[in-house]
Design a protein around this ligand. Structure first.
Ligand code: FO1
Length: 329
């Protein structure tokens, strides 16, 4: 028997900077009624530390301490460690701020003590005042690998060291087939909706969906799944999404994003400037909502989050979903 819908609980899927911004707006409206499932395909071991960039970005953003210019890392950071590392001839291509380093040291130490990544994530979130539940997609290692011109490139090498400067032929999520979906995910209350944040579909959301059981769990919830397009006016707000879509020969548009999520998402939020694509997207069998999706301020994040919740509420009342109206607000 299907569990009753906890009509005040929302699950979001997020990766890096863009996703974290919408998650922040949702967290503002929902607090502990929000769970964010975060990509860990970007995780890697560096200088002996276990680094979880997307968990860091979401935690710092929801904790109100993210560096707003970079999008990643902490505000008011100092770089003494990096300066000294460079002086020693160490690998200085991946920037670890002095205070950010404490997060990586804490996480690494706790993992060595036997804590799970989920436990450490909860501890770090609580320490930074995050009231929403943040969950890694899996406690098992999944590593995104970029295949380019016959080379296999570890994700951070591609993203940071090479500044995404090589063409992507194929993306692999190494370890995904053997990874278990985070057990805490199965214990969540059935939400009123799932919101896929405007993170890179290929690099941030696909790794989550690659964990066995993730897709079927999401579809099995029987609640609206809404995606917010990270492509606006044919370009990515931030990061390499548009470049990758072009390299993988997908249309670089909100229509391309909708096609990517066909069969999973019930609805898509596209930007006002892409309104002309609405009919074509609707023809894919997806409900479309047109909003201002570029989040420049905290108010923008909250407004877009509110629009997503209203969209979810509207979809939940359509015949496709046999649930009573949700009271998300
Ligand atoms: N991104 C960069 O572009 N350059 C960096 O030096 C860098 C360091 C870094 C350190 C800790 C952390 O949690 C994230 C960091 N990021 C850096 C961000 C990260 O590489 C990417 O934003 C994500 O993996 C993509 O979502």
């Amino acid at each position: 028997m299907t569990a009753p819908v906890a009509d005040d609980h929302i699950i979001a899927l997020a990766g890096g900077v863009g996703g974290a911004k919408l998650a922040d707006g949702l967290a503002h409206l929902l607090g502990d009624r929000l769970t964010v499932i975060v990509n860990t395909g970007d995780d890697f071991e560096h200088l002996g530390f276990h680094i979880s960039p997307d968990l860091d970005t979401v935690t710092y953003t929801l904790g109100g301490v993210a560096n707003s210019q970079q999008g990643w890392g902490l505000e008011g950071e100092t770089w003494g460690f990096m300066e000294q590392l460079a002086r020693l001839g160490g690998p200085a291509w991946f920037k670890l701020g002095d205070r950010d380093l404490a997060t990586h040291a804490y996480r690494t130490n706790r993992l060595r003590e036997g804590a799970t990544l989920t436990e450490v994530t909860v501890e770090l979130g609580a320490a930074l005042g995050v009231t929403s539940r943040l969950l890694p997609m899996s406690d098992d290692p999944v590593r995104t690998v970029i295949h380019s011109g016959g080379r296999s490139i570890a994700f951070q090498e591609y993203f940071v060291r090479l500044a995404c400067g090589v063409p992507v032929d194929r993306i692999e999520f190494a370890g995904a087939a053997a990874a278990r979906l985070n057990p805490a995910i199965g214990a969540l209350p059935r939400p009123a909706a799932v919101i896929i944040c405007p993170s890179n579909p290929y690099l941030s959301i696909d790794p989550i969906l690659a964990v066995p059981g993730a897709r079927s769990w999401l579809k099995g919830l029987g609640v609206p799944i809404i995606v917010v397009s990270p492509i606006v006016g044919g370009a990515a707000i931030k990061g390499p999404a548009a470049k990758i879509m072009q390299e993988l020969k997908a249309p670089v548009s909100a229509l391309g994003v909708a096609a990517h999520y066909r069969g999973l998402a019930d609805g898509i939020v596209i930007d006002n400037c892409d309104e002309a694509l609405a009919a074509e997207i609707a023809a894919l069998g997806m409900a479309v909502r047109v909003e201002s999706t570029v989040m420049r301020s905290k108010a923008d994040r909250i407004e877009l989050a509110g629009a997503c919740l209203a969209f979810a509420r509207a979809l939940l009342q359509t015949p496709a979903f046999d649930h009573p109206p949700a009271s998300t607000k």
